[in-house]
Design a binder for this molecule. Structure first.
Ligand code: NAD
Ligand code: 0WE
Length: 254
């Protein structure tokens, strides 16, 4: 299904990253991959991982930087020609805005979270369009905190709400080119982005207790859904937010 298909993966920080789980699954199915890093520290972790799957397309991209975004897509266009899909797996907020009261969110903190975690999908999709093959697919990662208030998720919840809405507008816009855009809303997973969040362990425990499948969500669960959205098996699906959370979000009260 994925033999000779080319995918751009944004957001691998280490071997625990959701984006890395998706990349491994794509590689196992015969896909060719390109990766991006935000800074040198991440580049050092990413290069050996990429080399491990015979991938040398490892390029810089801070999604807050329009020039780096332009260079990224120019270089991919030159080296690969067309691509078949993009995995957007990026989020960031100032730690203070996750720790402090939501009503104390600063204007700068709001701008940072929305820029990195929501606008970046628009910036990436707008540039990817020009080098996407017919039937291409873009996916992003979101979280239930966009729809419900989750303790401490705060401004990230607002950013994810903007991201999910952007998925619907991008799906409508890029649908004209037969490019699909979907989001996977994953249950909590212990990754770098979840480390140092106070009470995350307790959140995981409560989740496993109350989810219909009585366990936590794994990166492999997310990768399975990602492969569906990136393949022609989902050719008629766009603008969707799909919960890969062991059924947690469907459970009612009482
Ligand atoms: P992660 O820390 O492995 O990945 C986050 C990535 O964002 C990192 O690679 C980091 O380098 C990148 N990033 C941050 N700022 C950037 C910038 N300015 N430019 C480019 N890249 C930047 O953590 P993860 O849990 O794999 O997160 C990936 C996605 O999954 C995020 O969108 C996150 O919100 C989402 N998600 C995570 C969980 C969870 O519980 N871990 C649940 C649902 C959704
Ligand atoms: O989207 C996320 C993580 C988002 C995130 C995490 C950090 C921690 C370190 C964004 N920015 C930062 N900035 C930092 O400096 N998730 C879905 C994982 C997550 O984060 C939470 C969660 C869950 C789940 C924060 C509070 C409550 C629940």
């Amino acid at each position: 299904m994925f033999k000779g298909k080319k995918f751009l993966i944004l957001g691998v920080a280490n071997e625990r990253s959701i984006a890395w789980g998706i990349a491994k699954a794509l590689h196992d199915q015969g896909a060719e991959l390109a990766f991006t890093f935000v800074n040198e520290a991440i580049e050092k972790r990413l290069r050996p991982l990429a080399e491990g799957i015979n991938c040398s397309m490892v390029l810089p991209c801070d999604v807050q930087n329009d020039q780096q975004l332009d260079s990224l897509f120019t270089e991919i266009g030159e080296r690969w020609g067309k691509i078949d899909g993009v995995v957007h797996s990026i989020a960031f907020a100032d730690k203070a805005d996750l720790d402090n009261r939501f009503s104390k969110t600063s204007r700068e903190g709001f701008k940072l979270a929305l820029d990195v975690s929501a606008y970046s999908l628009i910036a990436v999709a707008g540039r990817a369009e020009a080098i996407m093959n017919e039937g291409g697919s873009i996916i992003t990662l979101t979280y239930l905190g966009s729809q419900r208030s989750v303790k401490n998720y705060n401004v990230m919840g607002v950013a994810k709400a903007a991201l999910e809405s952007s998925v619907r507008y991008l799906a409508t816009d890029l649908g004209e080119k037969n490019i699909r855009v979907n989001a996977i809303s994953a249950g909590p997973i212990k990754t770098l982005a979840a480390s140092g969040i106070p009470g995350f362990r307790e959140l995981l425990n409560k989740f496993a207790e109350s989810s219909p499948l009585k366990r936590n969500t794994s990166v492999e669960d997310v990768a399975g859904a990602a492969l569906f959205f990136l393949s022609p098996w989902s050719a008629g699906v766009t603008g969707e937010i799909t919960y890969v959370d062991c059924g947690f979000s469907t459970v009612g009260i009482g």
